[in-house]
Design a protein around this ligand. Structure first.
Ligand code: NAX
Length: 328
């Protein structure tokens, strides 16, 4: 029988994990026939709740679960991990400013990066969902010098899926008819959801939409501020859709993006499009076999150039702030 893939998930007792883990044990991450060993990381006060989640995983009697390991020590949780889904993070508490938030997350993602460096499997792939996701990825990557930078990615897929769904609604198209959407930049409200390269059933999306005002003043802010709209409506932040996107991202990275299309991932910039090297930035990528390639040669409108510049400026700002904190 096949050796199980070891999947580490942090924040295992949290809301996103409560949806994500049940997708993983149904085979939605690594495939419908591949067994998984779950390696769940939590902080000490949440270990009891985590045990409850593990009891529920047991009670699904999934044939794909070979083992569940629980720990509050990243050196244990990441030991031998082939896939690390870094979901747990420190939310902004009352009275916390941005620098406090970055420092609190640095205290999580620096040691986790180090533990991945020291203990994960040689083929490890890392996806950061916990916010601020791009900058947390930068911190973890910096503390894992022996792991190739290309193994670290951050979640922009929820933004990508939100954009797909909004464009489908506007045009009446099926989401499967839409190709080559991209979301550039930071997972924040400066992001640039970009339909200028997209096609809908083979026609340029901008032609089908034929409404620049909608694109600039409705579509982009609706996608970029969707997280806040969910919080207003639900009284809690996106959880199932974030879990869905986390599974989509890792699945497509491992299995490959569809022919003639691409996916959006937060990846280490190689300098493409003038994005400063080393920044973790949302970009369109094609994927196969656990590797990605940044899509090259796309042209930007003046509007697009300004949007890209603004979100890059924010990412550089965050990088500068964590640099000043000694985290990168
Ligand atoms: P929850 O607060 O429900 O769960 C987070 C869990 O992480 C908690 O159980 C907590 O104990 C645990 N945790 C905290 N520090 C930890 C550490 N050092 N090691 C292991 N576990 C630790 O949050 P949830 O709703 O699950 O969201 C998780 C993260 O995803 C948040 O940072 C959230 O902002 C972020 N999101 C990211 C999105 C994205 O598109 N990138 C969208 C959804 C979501 O907002």
């Amino acid at each position: 029988s096949q050796a199980p893939v070891k999947v580490a998930v942090t924040g295992g007792a949290g809301h996103i994990a409560y949806s994500l883990l049940f997708r993983i044990i149904q085979g939605q991450l690594v495939g419908p026939d591949t067994p998984v060993e779950l390696r769940l990381l939590e902080i000490a006060p949440a270990m009891k709740a985590l045990e409850g989640v593990a009891m529920e995983i047991d009670d699904c009697a999934s044939p794909l679960v070979s083992n569940i390991v629980m720990s509050d020590d990243p050196n244990v949780a990441f030991d031998g991990a082939n896939i690390c889904l870094l979901v747990g993070a420190r939310p902004r508490g009352k009275g916390m400013n941005r620098s406090d938030l970055l420092a609190a997350n640095g205290a999580i993602f620096a040691p986790q990066g180090q533990a991945i460096n020291d203990h994960a499997a040689d083929d490890v792939r890392i996806l950061v969902t916990g916010n601020p996701a791009n900058t947390n990825t930068l911190i973890a990557r910096t503390h894992a010098p022996d792991v190739p930078a290309t193994r670290f990615t951050s979640l922009m897929r929820l933004d990508h899926n939100r954009a797909l769904s909004q464009l489908a609604k506007k045009t009446g198209a099926a989401v499967t008819d839409i190709r080559k959407l991209a979301v550039w930049g930071n997972h924040s409200d400066t992001q640039y959801p970009d339909i200028t390269h997209a096609t809908i059933a083979g026609r340029p999306a901008v032609e089908v939409v034929n409404d620049t005002n909608w694109m600039e003043n409705e579509f982009i802010p609706t996608v970029a501020k969707r997280g806040g709209a969910i919080i207003d409506a639900r009284g809690a932040s996106s959880a199932t859709s974030a879990a869905n996107a986390t599974a989509d991202h890792m699945h497509d990275l491992l299995v490959g993006s569809p022919a003639g299309d691409w996916v959006t991932m937060g990846v280490t910039s190689d300098g493409s499009y003038g994005i400063p090297e080393g920044l973790i930035c949302g970009m369109p990528c094609t994927t196969s076999n656990g590797e990605y390639e940044i899509v090259q040669g796309l042209e930007f409108s003046a509007f697009g150039k300004a949007k890209l510049a603004a979100t890059i400026a924010e990412l550089e700002n965050e990088r500068q702030a964590v640099h000043e904190l000694g985290l990168v």
